[in-house]
Design a protein around this ligand. Structure first.
Ligand code: MOS
Length: 747
């Protein structure tokens, strides 16, 4: 077994962590009481409707708003002609401020359905009617819409995540010529859209020079910073609230244009205003996963040992802004080859800028790499799992650092055993069930640990309850629940006695809830703040001659069942409320800030996993059904086995969607995404998904974070599509290198 078993974890005593408790916000959700961004009633509310451009490239020649402004109930129309001038925000230190990212500033059109006007009215219906009456003419140019035709415009980005666009490790030519078997193929992944159930929405209440903004976001403080910068107002005048986010997957991580439009419009009409982005507008304006074309060369000895990897290719970006889908990122660390070459280029298209989507980089990149490894295994006549073990990296081949923890071998073993991998016959098309072809495939999942700075405050109240606060977010992932458990663990309180309050910039700052960072980052600060609050309580009791804990020091006291007592004399102690009441104190408060994790400098930290998929393919119709899916995942310590398992299952479901159905089609002539709703953009429904047997390993990672967690949000989707594609090849003998695997490609 792995080294992890020999490390002693935190001496957790209260048993709150890991418990598969139900979501603490579950009742609010199912009874409709959970308030989303468009659900905060205001007196005197106005409603905004955005108008999108009908062309994908060119400029506005004329805008006529006269009839719209005369339409009943219409209060204002904003266009580039009367929109306030905005200042661009820098969200990423590697970025230049880009004014072309701002809404309604110039007549230039970079993509179809780009916002060109907003109409504000007394009701949503009146705003829609007004929007119909705005007349716009354009000077149209031919849009760039097809990756292949625009290859001549390819350029190197400045960075690919944290690396240069072209990298070389070892001696790649030597590694290639040492090959006894070589694989050289090209893989393609299409544009995909996040499609959270809750559309983006912003409600703005403007009070003099102060703003309250209810926004559906992964980053309350980011929205605040963006609004303050755009409008040149102090950050403290902008109050952003987001109690629940109805899914995000990355498309609510950066503040998009509609937020500034909503703020400008609310300030213009001087009344509360509600704006939501329609599903169709979401396809154009709030990011998407970029299309990729990836060329992979694997050079290997007959033993399977990789002597070189080349991973290079293209993804698209926008003509007015830059986003790199970093698909070569996982290739640097996944397998132990000494020789590696990577290269990425961008091709600008007339689309809204792409963005992070669940496991950006890993998701596209590992589809290619894990498909390629499967192909190489067939060439070598070697079991695909065996090939991965031959090339298992015992340390990070890129940084040469030891892994923080890596239970990948345990993942492979547990999942393979449960799945019955040994029953797989090696030859393609060799397994049948009646007239159906059966296939088995596997792939490796990986996602890095992203520990972000975050702050929290925990207050223990005189009534014996506690409140834990941080301006982080619950995207439907279970943040409320696991933060409650983390606080309970240290405070020694039952779940009912701890209230978690998040999603409000009046609370201590947390970073974006992205990169699978929330639990380890905010969880660490909640734990630290809980400890600090307990320490204050001990201090008060210790100073109190009437307390049984008089003279006690914090290291000799335990918090359990709402009581502080002496470690070596548990009978001696008293309940929290007694300590605070006698002292005449309302509450004690603990605060904690975590920074970027220093241990990242001494260890390479990643979550790992193994996926095994079984498919049934109809040989006449080309229909693929995923009949079984078994996975095992090493995410460090799971705070809640139920929500952690659910995260893995959710990721796998999205991966099945990526494998079999998800793709957004850009009309090459008009440059608009045409399947721009949930009727035509297909995601898996329950009937498309088998029972996903996801095992979250009992594990802990003392280097990744103080609470020993790594990350779970994104790992599950990584390589799930490759496992399905590999199973499809095993079933049919047809290798699909171009997702999604639709029936036409198999016939
Ligand atoms: Mo995620 S794509 O880091 O929100």
């Amino acid at each position: 077994m792995s080294a992890n078993q020999n490390i002693t974890g935190n001496n957790q005593t209260n048993g709150a962590i890991g418990k598969p408790i139900d979501r603490v916000d579950g009742r609010l959700k199912v009874t409709g009481q959970a308030r989303f961004a468009a659900e905060w009633p205001q007196d005197n509310m106005t409603h905004a409707v955005l108008i999108g451009s009908t062309i994908a490239s060119g400029r506005i020649r004329s805008i006529d708003t006269k009839d719209a402004l005369k339409s009943p109930g219409v209060l204002a129309v904003l266009t580039y002609q009367n929109m306030p001038k905005l200042k661009p925000v820098v969200t990423n230190p590697r970025e230049e401020p880009n004014a072309r990212r701002l809404p309604l500033q110039t007549p230039d059109i970079y993509y179809s359905n780009q916002y060109v006007a907003v109409v504000v009215a007394e009701t949503i219906e009146k705003a829609r009617q007004g929007a119909r009456l705005v007349r716009i003419t354009y000077e149209q140019q031919t849009p760039a819409t097809v990756l292949d035709s625009e290859r001549g415009k390819a350029f190197s980005p400045k960075v690919v995540f944290d690396k240069p666009p072209d990298t070389n490790r070892g001696d790649v030519p030597a590694g290639l010529s040492a090959a006894e078997v070589k694989l050289d193929e090209t893989y393609r992944t299409p544009t995909e859209h996040h499609n959270p159930m809750e559309p983006h929405a912003t409600t703005v209440v403007s009070d003099g020079d102060k703003l309250t903004v209810y926004d559906s976001t992964q980053y309350t403080y980011g929205v605040r910073h963006s609004i303050a910068t755009n409008f040149g107002i102090p950050e403290e005048n902008v109050h952003v609230i987001c109690k629940f986010t109805g899914g995000a997957f990355g498309c609510k991580g950066t503040p998009w244009q509609h937020i500034a439009v909503a703020v400008a419009a609310a300030r213009q009409v001087k009344r509360p205003l509600k704006l939501y982005v329609t599903r169709q507008q979401m396809f154009a304006n709030v990011g998407h996963r970029a299309e990729t074309e990836q060329h992979v060369v694997l050079a290997a000895k007959r033993t399977g040992e990789l002597t070189a990897i080349v991973h290079e290719g293209f993804s698209h970006t926008a003509t007015y802004d830059e986003y790199v889908e970093p698909f070569t990122k996982p290739t640097h660390m996944m397998y132990g080859t000494p020789n590696l070459k990577t290269s990425q280029k961008l091709i600008p298209l007339n689309v809204g800028v792409p963005t992070y989507m669940r496991a950006p980089g890993e998701c596209s990149g590992m589809f290619a790499l894990e498909s390629a490894l499967d192909e190489l295994a067939y060439k070598l006549k070697m079991d695909p799992l065996r090939l991965r073990l031959v090339n298992y990296a015992e340390t990070d081949p890129d940084t040469k650092l030891p892994w923080s923890t890596k239970l990948l071998k345990d993942c492979y073993k547990q999942a393979a055993d449960k799945f019955g991998w040994s029953r797989r016959k090696p030859e393609p098309r060799s397994m049948r069930e009646g007239r159906y072809l059966i296939g088995m495939g596997m792939a490796t999942a990986v996602y890095p640990v992203n520990h972000f700075p975050s702050s929290a405050r925990v207050r223990i109240l005189r009534d014996g309850t506690a409140i834990a606060e941080s301006s982080t977010h619950d995207l439907g992932t279970g943040t409320y629940t696991v933060l409650t458990q983390i606080a309970c663990e240290t405070l020694g309180l039952p779940v009912e006695k701890v209230q978690v309050i998040i999603g409000d910039t009046n609370l201590p700052k947390a970073m974006v809830s992205g990169g699978s960072s929330t639990v380890m980052s905010v969880g660490t600060s909640i734990q630290g703040a809980s400890k600090a609050a307990i320490a204050k309580l001990v201090e008060i009791a210790s100073a109190d001659s009437q307390s049984p804990l008089h003279g006690a020091t914090v290291d000799r006291v335990v918090a359990k069942d709402g009581k502080l007592s002496l470690k070596d004399n548990p009978g001696k102690g008293e309940v929290f409320s007694a300590i605070l009441s006698r002292a005449g104190i309302k509450e004690v408060e603990g605060n904690f800030d975590t920074q970027f994790n220093d241990k990242e400098k001494t260890h390479s930290a990643h979550s790992f996993g193994a996926h095994f998929a079984e498919v049934r393919v109809d040989p006449d119709l080309g229909e693929v059904r995923v009949t079984r899916f078994v996975g095992a995942y090493d995410v460090g310590k799971a705070m809640n086995m139920k929500t952690a398992t659910s995260q893995m299952q959710g990721g796998v479901i999205m991966g099945i969607g990526m494998a079999l159905m998800e793709a957004t089609i850009l009309d090459p002539n008009i440059g608009r995404f045409v399947n721009q709703d949930l009727a035509e953009y297909h995601v898996p429904i329950i009937a498309d998904v088998p029972v996903i047997d996801a095992t979250v390993l009992q594990s802990f990672d003392p280097y990744a974070s103080a609470i020993e967690a790594k990350g779970a949000g994104e790992l599950g989707i990584v390589s799930a599509a490759a496992a399905v594609a590999n199973a499809v090849y095993h079933a049919t003998g047809v290798r699909i290198r171009d997702l999604p695997i639709t029936p036409d490609k198999l016939l």
